[in-house]
Design a protein around this ligand. Structure first.
Ligand SMILES: [Zn+2]
Length: 141
């Protein structure tokens, strides 16, 4: 007799607003894009309506290199959605992107990149998954 495998719900998918649609459309293509204020040039992330420097709503989208350094990280030992339970524990990193903003993503741990430290140079990319894409980071070589 075998124990039945519980059926997991699908991972939640982003419900893109019109404001954030260019971000999620680029993510689906594997690209990270950032908003840049068309009036003053300030780069911002996550997508939002107004520039916090000049309050303009004029925006352009810039491709990001998705490179930066680790600002901080945390290890998740509790799944806040049951679909993520099989992946526990997993690490989330906050990265200071080279464009001057911070982004949150998953740490791509492997035997080839076991070290993690604040200030470590990293490379990121979106990885496609069913229903969405996850921003992941790993050490830059
Ligand atoms: Zn501005």
């Amino acid at each position: 007799m075998t124990t039945p495998t519980p059926t997991l719900p699908p991972k939640p998918s982003p419900q893109a607003s019109e404001l954030a649609r260019p971000y999620w459309d680029a993510a689906a293509q594997g690209e990270l894009v950032l908003q840049s204020c068309s009036a003053c040039g300030k780069v911002r992330h996550y997508p939002r309506l107004l520039c916090d420097a000049c309050y303009s709503d004029a925006v352009t989208w810039l491709p990001s290199k998705a490179t930066g350094t680790i600002h901080s990280w945390t290890v998740a030992h509790h799944a806040f959605h049951p679909a993520f339970a099989p992946e526990l524990p997993y690490t989330l990193v906050t990265v200071d992107l080279d464009e001057g903003v911070r982004a949150l993503g998953r740490w791509r741990a492997s035997p080839a990149n076991p070290a993690m430290a604040i200030g470590l140079a990293v490379q990121g990319a979106f990885e496609a998954r069913e229903g969405g894409a996850d921003l992941v980071f790993w050490p830059k070589v």
